[in-house]
Design a binder for this molecule. Sequence first.
Ligand code: NAD
Ligand code: UDP
Ligand code: UDP
Length: 314
Amino acid sequence: MRGARTRVLVTGGAGFLGSHLCERLLARGYSVLCVDNFFTGSKDNIAHMLADPQFEVMRHDITFPLYVEVDQIYNLACPASPVHYQHDPVQTTKTSVIGAINMLGLAKRVKGRILQASTSEVYGDPQVTPQPEDYVGAVNVLGPRACYDEGKRCAETLFFNYHRQNGVSIKVARIFNTYGPRMHPNDGRVVSNFINQALRGEPITIFGDGRQTRSFCYVDDLIDGLMRLMDSDASVIGPLNIGNPEEVTIRALAETVVAMTGSRSDLVFQPALEDDPMQRCPDIRQVRAALDWEPTVPLREGLARTIAYFSGDA
Ligand code: NAD
Ligand code: UDP
Ligand code: UDP
């Protein structure tokens, strides 16, 4: 029997962002169904929630249909790190595209609201900075990142078409680089790589000359933004950039991590990755106005918390 409690489906709930989201939804008194195929997610990320009677886990691949009864869906399932999403590029696109169709079909049937975890990668290697939502992007259709970028772009198209054609209540968040505790230590993402290399005293691997930029958002801020978007008035559908506009070069990030960990690691420069975006910084004027949201955790503070996590002190 269904009670008054809001039931929320989180796909990719055993991943980095998904596990933080599940935690925050439970804290609000919601009932949470975490669906994950454990490709990049892990049971360790969700073990502490298993005793909660409002938390349920289901091993399932969203490229297959899913029939459950829920009020809201956060669609986060998809590997996010380049190393992981390029491991099986066909499956990555299937997860984004067929997964979106299935979750949108589910939202349509249950008349629920659905939020898509889209990405700054829809802008590709952007020629304008910071990137506003109306920038159409510069993605190389044939490059190694396209399986992810084009999959996410097509998912956005599907969201808007289900909204226009079937009246599905949608929310689309374009998430920029996010970091924090529970990042996969070996998934190749830059923050976890640099911190772990620094803590082990190993060389810090900079791809290219290190002048490329990223803007890093602490996980708690990001989750707050996603939940505000889900809660917002039906007229707010996005796409909205959610990220921290504090832009840094990758070289500066490496130097900061080395200084903060007190490491003796050297910086080593390796060949640049193919199609690696040279700059990335969110224009957050729209999300500020629509959701009264902006990041609150400065990079150094978020790095300190993440370093504590990887050192085993948190
Ligand atoms: P993650 O790899 O830690 O989590 C993804 C989760 O999805 C994992 O638990 C994985 O096992 C699961 N998954 C993958 N394919 C699946 C499938 N077919 N069926 C069911 N589950 C599946 O990544 P994350 O950083 O937590 O990212 C979560 C979402 O946010 C992704 O959609 C990603 O594209 C998006 N995003 C993340 C960032 C970031 O910086 N972390 C930036 C932009 C967008
Ligand atoms: N779907 C699902 N769960 C549901 C409802 C639909 O997984 O509760 C899937 C279904 O398998 C279908 C897809 O979502 O392939 C799209 O559904 P839609 O109703 O839009 O399309 P149709 O069923 O008409 O092809
Ligand atoms: N990067 C790096 N060394 C690493 C891992 C990544 O120099 O060990 C660089 C990478 O080339 C890119 C940036 O850091 O320019 C961010 O990479 P990440 O994989 O974290 O995210 P994305 O490229 O998807 O933004």
